[in-house]
Design a protein. Structure first.
Length: 220
């Protein structure tokens, strides 16, 4: 079935949130400029699932109106009552590399109690590649939540700030193979001898997944 702007708009105006959710999914079939106009309506829908789906799609539609996108995502990140939607806003900010929103990401990270939002912000900071993120990521590296601290390892690698290297090397002997695996990918962003030496050591890791990843990056 071919979906048209008219048919999708009609679903977006339905009282049934399931219809509105289907409409958001059908936006993928429309012209991106038309879809972006409609996704803005869905991003402020009364239902959190619809808003989440809409915000997640902005990552592929937002290139057309960057100023509008930044404003919209900043607002959703800071004020949406649902943490899943806030997390999706952070994810999209990272995917679109909207460095203009860095201060908003930092402020929300420091004030929210929602671990999922913090996790998404840490991951987004890695994608942004903004050097201002170093201090926040250093703090996140010591978070009580292991998912956040592990995400910070990856983000510090993506940031490629030389100050991160000693922080990362401290995790070479982590008891958690998933941390060591994330560390391998983080260290692959550095060319310093100590990073290469750590990767060489990790090629002998007791976890085959870690060892293979280290060997792959050394040979790349």
């Amino acid at each position: 079935m071919t979906h048209t702007p008219e048919s999708v708009r009609a679903l977006l105006q339905s009282e049934d949130y399931g219809d509105r959710l289907r409409a958001v999914n059908q936006l993928r079939e429309l012209d991106p400029v038309v879809a972006f106009e409609m996704v803005q309506t869905a991003a402020i829908d009364s239902n959190a699932r619809v808003r989440y789906a809409a915000v997640s799609q902005i990552a592929t539609l937002g290139q057309h109106e960057p100023a509008q996108v930044v404003s919209m995502l900043r607002s959703l990140l800071k004020t949406d009552p649902d943490p899943d939607v806030q997390a999706a806003a952070a994810d999209t900010i990272g995917a679109l590399r909207l460095t203009e929103a860095y201060e908003d990401l930092e402020a929300v990270y420091n004030h929210t109690s929602e671990w999922l939002v913090q996790f998404s912000i840490v991951a987004a900071l890695g994608e942004l590649g903004d050097p201002r993120a170093f201090d926040l990521l250093q703090t996140a590296l010591n978070a009580d939540n292991e998912l956040i601290s592990t995400a910070a390892i990856g983000a510090l690698g993506e940031l490629q700030d030389d100050r991160a290297l000693p922080l990362l090397l401290a995790h070479t002997d982590s008891a958690d193979w998933q941390v060591r695996h994330r560390l391998v990918h983080a260290l692959s962003h550095f060319s310093q001898p100590e990073a290469r030496s750590a990767l060489q050591t990790l090629t002998q890791d007791e976890s085959p997944i870690v060892a293979e990843a280290a060997a792959h990056h050394l040979s790349a």
